[in-house]
Design a protein around this ligand. Sequence first.
Ligand SMILES: *Cc1c(COP(=O)(O)O)cnc(C)c1O
Length: 429
Amino acid sequence: MIYKRSSALFNEAKKYIPGGVNSPVRAFNSVGGEPIFVKKAKGAYLYDEDGNRLIDYISSWGPMILGHAHQPVIEAVTEKAKDGTSFGIPTELETKIAKLAVEMVPGIDKIRFVNSGTEACMSAVRLARGFTGKDKIIKFAGCYHGHSDSFLIQAGSGAVTFGAPNSPGVTKGTAKDTLLANYNDLAGVKKLIEANKGELACIIVEPVPGNMGCIIPNKGFLEGLRKLCNEHEILLVFDEVMTGFRLAQGGVQERLGVLADIVTFGKVVGGGLPVGAFAARKEIMSHLAPEGPVYQAGTLSGNPLAMAAGFAMLDELNKHPEIFEELEKKCIYLHKGLTNVLQKHEIPHSINRIGSMLSVHFEEEPVVDFKSAAKANNETFKKYFHGMLKRGVYLPPSAFESYFLNNALSYEDIDFTVSALEDLAHELK
Ligand SMILES: *Cc1c(COP(=O)(O)O)cnc(C)c1O
């Protein structure tokens, strides 16, 4: 493959954009080398500026669950654009998508749309604090909830990759209200609660983390969090920005049967446009302005183009629940294929998978939390990433990121991916 034009574009971008990118993980810092620049995408494929075709396993980090440039979404957006792109005045479409989301997701009565997952999580925690009148929050090492100050404490993926788990610019005052626990360690959470009795507003968690690779909750972990929250009048916030409308119509809440008090969304909910959302039952949401005193706002929130894309996406997922099964079958097929090759070549690995999320860790021990994810061999991962890229497969450019399958992916594409690994395997020893 040739990357001549991508390389030139990257050099030009670096002159005007910090690091040449508008979000750090895109810069390939953790795998080395230079990013490819995308010209267009269709279905399961990316086409870069040099004319290479790549099978895409990140699906824009999740949103393109039905594949790129999916017809109903593109049509909805182009039609909507003709009527004007922003008003700052209510539109009917906002209610339509809110109603649909409330129908699809268990346990929520009302939803507020914002412009990113970051905003959704930031607002969810403010709402939790406003509702409970308490300040402190618990988050888990390796979980990412966007880049707002309270969350940049061992924040997974981008933040970890860049060796700045506690970013400069986050004040000590803010950091002291964020308590850190280890994922899948219920006893640790219990201790933190005991030590901070009466001070905790919420526990925020990626119920299935995807920002330290994909991690599977141990049996009883989420149920245990739910129980602890009930006992201590703490709100449980599920950050379903990755998992919402992906692991099931109703996300992890539906799939694993544990309900949160507040749920956040992003990625799939916007169908590829900048959208986030947070939702809860009525008595919590009624604390939000203008109904209640907790302030939250957005000039472009509920933007017609974004809502058109989001509605087209959710509508399709709602009408075709079989999509989730199809995706899971493909992901199991990929899981098996990759496992076979890695076993055959005796390459130490541990693959985590749930639904259409998967991650490959070059580490023999089970990967269950941030510590075990960080133990994996990053040198092998780099070779794996670049070897696959060279063979036409675009994987997440960091060992701390999950794969997100899209349903445009065919079994032939997966076979191609597995044979690329077979071809590459001898280099990974
Ligand atoms: C991507 C992500 C966010 C942040 O969403 P942005 O739209 O990038 O701001 C928050 N939480 C989780 C779990 C995410 O994966």
